[in-house]
Design a protein around this ligand. Structure first.
Ligand code: ZN
Length: 211
């Protein structure tokens, strides 16, 4: 895909993340595999309001060639996830309010209450806190991508990988809705887990769809 079109897609998804209140202010970052490199948002850019000049390429060692801007401080985490998972071609990290509420409560999103979430995520584990942009953050978070496509980052937010940008965006929306429903069920005072048999059925379906 031409660079111009790839940037257009990233700008579109950034705008949607803003419309859905998934990425407040200048928090969060977004990237895609682009040819043999990574195209990523610039440090300090607001995802809902990305300009073409806020998006540029870096290699897998995070080397880049831009005098005016730097890639997002989460670049090493994005690069590590792409390196680990050849099937992941797009990554969104954001501080969406409901998933981030679970991240600050140190509660993984693992309660099997909605079949769709069991299907898409299995569960969304919680990575230990580390300073944003630090090597420890990469170490604590990336390891979960061995088996998961989405990881909560304690006292921070969430990071999600998808087979393409649309997939990553829909997963982000799905995770945020899951967190909202989970929280609402706690306010209501009760929720009922799917039975082990029903969960097993969904896991079988995941295998069929190569999840
Ligand atoms: Zn962040």
């Amino acid at each position: 895909m031409h660079e111009h079109n790839t940037k257009r897609l990233l700008i579109e998804v950034g705008k949607k993340l803003g419309e859905k209140n998934l990425s407040p202010g200048t928090s969060g970052n977004i990237s895609v595999r682009y040819k043999k490199n990574i195209m990523i948002s610039a440090s300090g850019s607001a995802l809902p309001d990305l300009k073409p000049e806020d998006l540029f390429t870096m290699d897998f060692c995070c080397n880049f060639n831009n005098e005016k801007k730097k890639p997002s401080s989460a670049k090493h985490l994005h690069a590590k996830i792409y390196e680990m998972r050849p099937d992941i071609n797009a990554i969104i990290h954001c501080h969406a309010p409901y998933v981030s509420s679970f991240a600050v409560a140190h509660m993984p999103l693992s309660k099997p209450i909605i079949s769709e979430n069991v299907f898409y995520f299995g569960e969304i584990p919680l990575a230990d806190y580390a300073m944003p942009s630090s090597d420890a953050l990469v170490k604590n978070t990336a390891k979960f991508f061995d088996e998961h496509d989405a990881v909560l980052m304690a006292n921070h937010g969430i990071i999600i990988g998808g087979k393409d940008l649309k997939d990553a965006y829909y997963k982000m929306q799905t995770a945020e809705t899951y967190a909202q429903i989970y929280l609402n069920s706690m306010i209501l005072g009760q929720s009922f887990d799917l039975s082990p048999e029903h969960i097993e059925e969904i896991h079988e379906l995941r295998k069929v769809f190569g999840k």
